[in-house]
Design a protein around this ligand. Structure first.
Ligand code: SF4
Length: 744
C-alpha cells in the first residue's frame, strides 16, 4: 500500500491489456527520444512486440490525453532502420570512419572495464570524464557511476551550466527551494481541486511553453488556466503565439531580464504596491534590496530594455494587483552572461509580492524521489572531490552544484593540467551537434583522449567522430524506468512495451558497469530492484507503482506558516534567516554580491560598439522548434517534413536592408564563427534582432560530411569562454552577427 495521504488515479484496466490484436501498455513517456516532460502514454504493440501506435493517456491528469508531435511520431524513431542495434568497437586511429566492428555485450563490458581500470590505476579516476546529455532519466544513475568509479569529473557539457541550473540555484540559494508556477499539477483532480485557484497573472518570461513543454510543465496548461481566468504577461523578444494572446507583451532586448525585473521591483516599491505584510514578516534584506533597485527608474529601465516606460508601469501594476502571480520563466534567463543575479532579480518579484507557497502563485512541488541531489555522492572519496575541475575557480560550485565546470574540463583535456585527462564516457549527448558552444574546439579536444565510450540511440556526429566503443541504448518504450526530475510532483513509471532487440536501457548498462567497479554502490540484481529501492519511501515497489501510477503526494499550501517547509520543523523558509532573502546571506558568505544586479551583456551594441558596427544584429539562439528536442528527431520523416531545414527568423525590414528574401540560404556570421540558415520573415521581431533554433544536422549527409554539423551548428558563433565569471550562465541569447547570402 502507498503511504498515507497519497492519491492514486483510478484505472479501468491494468497497465497492460489487450485491445483487439494489439497489446496496450500504459505508462509515462521519457526521453529518448522525445523530451523529459513525462506525459502519460498508451503504447500499442503488435504480436511481434513492435511499437505500432502511440496515444495520449486520457486517464493521466498530467497531459489528459494530449501529446505533442514528438511522441505522436515516436514509432518512426523506435523502428527507424538507422538505430544502433548492437555494441561496436573501432580502432581509435580510425575515428571518423565507419570502421566499426560488431562485438558482443560481454566483450564490450570486459573491454571497457579493462580500459577504465587501467586509467584509474595509472592516472587516477579523475582522468576519466563523464559527459551526459539532458533529458534522459539517466542523470542520477550516471552520476552514481562516475562517483562510485571515483571520478569527480561529471558534466553536462554546457558552459556556465546554462540550462535550468541558474534558475534553480538563483531561487534555492535565496529562498531555500525551487518554485514553479501553480497550475494544479500537484493534484490528481487537477483544475477541479477545491484548494486550487488559477493564477491571476502568469508571466511567461523567456519561455515558449507550448513548444518546449519543458521542466515539468505541459504547455497547454497555460491555455487551460487562461480558459479559467488567468491573464498573460509575456516577456519575449519575439511575438510568440502566447504573446499574441496575452494581456501585455513586453518586447525585451535580449539579455536585459535583470534590468527589467529590477525596474519592475523599483516601481512597485516606489508606488508602495508590493505586499508589505509578507515583506515585513517573511523577507530578509528589504532595505538593501530597495536601495539596490532604486537606480532602475522607468527611464533607465526603458533605455536598457527597449521597453516603453508606460508598458513597464502596466506590467508592474498587473503583477502587483494580481490575485496569484506565477512566474513561468524559461531557459532564456539562464542563457545570459550573468544569469545568477538575473535569476535572483526575477525571484525577488515573487518574494515582494508574496507569491510563494500560495494557490495560483509559486509552489514547491512535493518530492517522491528525494534522492536527486547527489544520490551516490558518498561513494566519492573526499580527496577525489577536491580534484573536481572548476571548484577552485568558481566558489559557487561548492554549494551543492555537483557538476564539474565543462570549460575547465575541456582546458584540462587540451593542456593536461592540472592533471592529464585520458578517457571519456559520453552518454546520450551529441557534443558536436547539441547545446554546447564551439563544437569544433570540443571535437578537437576530445580527439586527444586515448579512449572514449559512447552510448546512444543513433550514430550521431559525436559518436562517428569520437567513439571507440559504441553501446546501443534502448528507447523509452523498450525499457522500464521511473520518472525523476523537474519536481517529482507525482510517481510515474516508464513501462517497457516493445522488444529492444540487443539494445539495453541506459540504467542497465550503468548498473552492470557500476557493479564491476564498486559492488557496494550497486547491490541490485536488476534495474527493477534498483527502482524499488529508490521508491522505498513511497511504500510501493516498482511493480506496484507500475499498476498504481500516477501516484500523487499529499499537498498543502502555506507550509512556511506551519513549520512544514523547513527541515527543522520551524516556521519559515529553508534559509539561514528563515526568511526569503532579498539579500542573500549565502552569497555574502561565498564572497559574491548578495544582491541582484544587471550587467550589460558582452558583446552588445553598448558594451562592444566596434564589434556591433561589424556585426549589427543581436542573434538569439536556442529557441525550440515544435518537432525537435535539441539535436534529436531529424531522422523522423514526419517531423522533418514539418521543418525540413533550419531557419533564421527576421523582421521583413531586416531582410530588405540586407537584400534578402524569404526561403534563401544565408550565412550568420559572428566574430567567432558562422552557420547556415534559411531566411524566414517574422513581423514579431525587432528589426535589430534575429532568432534561430539549435541542434541542427543533416543525418542524410553521411559521415564524410559529419552530417553537415560544421556548417549548421549555430553554436559555432559562441566560445566556451562566453560565460559568467562565477561559472553560472552563458551567452546563448546575446551574441552579435551579420548576415549575407550563401554563394557557390
Ligand atoms: S511534451 Fe511531447 S515529447 Fe515531451 S513527453 Fe509530452 S508528448 Fe512526449
Amino acid at each position: 500500500m502507498p503511504n498515507e495521504g497519497y492519491t492514486m488515479v483510478t484505472h479501468e484496466k491494468p497497465f497492460r491489456y489487450l485491445s483487439g490484436d494489439l497489446k496496450v501498455t500504459r505508462g509515462a513517456s521519457w526521453s529518448g527520444p522525445g523530451c523529459h516532460d513525462g506525459c502519460g502514454v498508451l503504447l500499442y504493440t503488435n504480436a511481434e512486440d513492435k511499437l505500432v501506435r502511440v496515444e495520449g493517456d486520457p486517464e493521466n491528469p498530467y497531459n489528459q490525453g494530449r501529446l505533442c508531435v514528438r511522441c505522436l511520431a515516436l514509432t518512426e524513431a523506435v523502428n527507424h532502420p538507422d538505430r544502433l542495434r548492437y555494441p561496436m568497437k573501432r580502432d581509435p586511429k580510425k575515428r571518423g570512419t565507419e570502421a566499426f566492428e560488431r562485438i558482443t555485450w560481454s566483450e564490450a563490458y570486459d573491454f571497457i572495464e579493462e580500459k577504465l581500470r587501467y586509467y584509474k590505476d595509472n592516472f587516477g579516476a579523475e582522468s576519466v570524464v563523464f559527459w551526459r546529455g539532458t533529458g534522459r532519466d539517466i542523470a542520477t544513475y550516471i552520476s552514481r557511476f562516475a562517483w562510485s568509479y571515483g571520478s569527480p569529473n561529471l558534466t553536462s557539457g554546457i558552459n556556465g551550466i546554462a540550462c535550468y541550473a541558474p534558475r534553480v540555484f538563483g531561487c534555492a540559494s535565496t529562498s531555500g527551494s525551487f518554485w514553479v508556477g501553480d497550475y494544479s499539477q500537484q493534484f490528481a483532480d487537477r483544475y477541479e481541486n477545491p484548494q486550487w485557484k488559477p493564477p491571476g497573472t502568469i508571466a511567461i518570461w523567456g519561455n515558449n511553453p507550448l513548444i518546449s513543454n519543458s521542466d515539468g510543465l505541459y504547455g497547454h496548461w497555460i491555455i487551460d488556466c487562461m480558459k479559467r481566468g488567468s491573464h498573460l504577461l509575456v516577456v519575449d523578444p519575439k511575438c510568440t503565439w502566447l504573446a499574441a494572446k496575452s494581456a501585455l507583451w513586453l518586447q525585451i532586448r535580449p539579455g536585459t531580464d535583470a534590468a527589467l525585473a529590477m525596474g519592475l521591483a523599483n516601481y512597485m516599491i516606489q508606488e508602495e504596491i508590493y505586499d508589505k505584510e509578507f515583506v515585513d514578516l517573511w523577507c530578509y534584506g528589504f532595505d538593501e534590496f530597495s536601495e539596490r533597485v532604486s537606480p532602475y527608474t522607468l527611464e533607465k529601465t526603458s533605455e536598457i530594455t527597449w521597453i516603453p516606460p508606460e508598458k513597464i508601469v502596466q506590467a508592474a501594476r498587473m503583477i502587483a494587483a494580481s490575485d496569484g502571480f506565477a512566474l513561468q520563466w524559461g531557459v532564456a534567463v539562464d542563457q545570459t552572461t550573468e544569469a545568477l543575479p538575473a535569476c535572483q532579480a526575477l525571484s525577488a518579484l515573487i518574494m515582494i509580492t508574496g507569491n510563494l507557497d500560495n494557490p495560483g502563485g509559486m509552489i514547491k512541488p512535493p518530492e517522491l524521489l528525494n534522492y536527486l541531489g547527489g544520490w551516490g555522492q558518498e561513494f566519492l572519496p573526499q580527496e577525489q572531490e577536491e580534484k573536481r575541475l572548476g571548484i577552485d575557480k568558481y566558489s559557487f560550485y561548492r554549494t551543492g552544484v555537483v557538476s564539474a565546470a565543462a570549460l575547465t574540463v575541456l582546458e584540462a583535456i587540451e593542456k593536461g593540467e592540472p592533471y592529464p585527462m585520458k578517457a571519456a564516457w559520453i552518454q546520450t549527448t551529441d557534443i558536436i551537434t547539441g547545446t554546447g558552444p564551439d563544437p569544433q574546439r570540443a571535437k578537437e579536444a576530445f580527439e586527444k583522449l586515448e579512449f572514449i565510450v559512447g552510448v546512444d540511440l543513433f550514430m550521431t556526429a559525436t559518436m562517428m567522430a569520437l567513439a571507440d566503443v559504441l553501446l546501443p541504448a534502448a528507447t523509452y518504450p523498450e525499457r522500464n524506468g521511473i520518472r525523476v526530475g523537474d519536481g517529482c510532483q507525482r510517481g510515474e513509471t516508464i513501462n517497457q512495451a516493445a522488444d529492444p532487440g540487443e539494445c539495453k536501457a541506459d540504467m542497465e548498462i550503468l548498473l552492470e558497469m557500476g557493479r564491476r567497479f564498486n559492488p557496494e554502490a550497486w547491490p541490485w540484481e536488476t534495474v527493477e530492484d534498483m527502482y524499488s529501492y529508490i521508491l522505498t519511501d513511497s511504500g510501493l515497489s516498482f511493480a506496484e507503482m507500475q499498476e498504481a501510477a500516477p501516484v500523487f503526494l499529499p499537498y498543502e499550501y502555506h507550509k512556511y506558516k506551519t513549520g512544514k517547509l523547513r527541515r527543522d520543523g520551524q516556521v519559515g523558509f529553508n534559509t539561514l534567516t528563515g526568511r526569503v532573502e532579498l539579500y542573500s546571506t549565502m552569497y555574502s558568505r561565498l564572497g559574491l554580491d548578495p544582491l541582484p544586479e544587471f550587467y550589460e551583456p558582452t558583446p552588445s551594441p553598448y558594451s562592444t560598439p566596434e564589434l556591433y558596427e561589424e556585426y549589427p544584429l543581436i542573434i538569439i539562439t536556442g529557441a525550440r522548434d515544435w518537432m525537435y528536442f535539441h539535436s534529436e528527431n531529424r531522422r523522423q520523416e514526419h517531423l522533418r517534413a514539418l521543418r525540413p531545414e533550419p531557419v533564421v527568423e527576421m523582421h521583413p525590414d531586416t531582410a530588405k536592408k540586407y537584400g534578402l528574401t524569404e526561403g534563401e540560404w544565408v550565412w550568420l556570421e559572428g566574430h567567432r564563427g558562422r552557420a547556415k540558415r534559411i531566411v524566414s520573415l517574422n513581423l514579431g521581431l525587432d528589426p535589430r534582432v534575429v532568432s534561430t533554433s539549435h541542434g541542427w544536422s543533416h543525418p542524410e549527409a553521411g559521415p564524410e560530411r559529419l552530417y553537415d554539423t560544421r556548417e549548421l551548428n549555430i553554436n559555432s558563433l559562441i566560445a566556451w569562454e562566453d560565460m559568467s565569471k562565477i561559472g553560472v550562465g552563458a551567452n546563448y541569447k546575446v551574441m552579435l552577427c551579420k548576415i549575407y547570402k550563401v554563394t557557390a
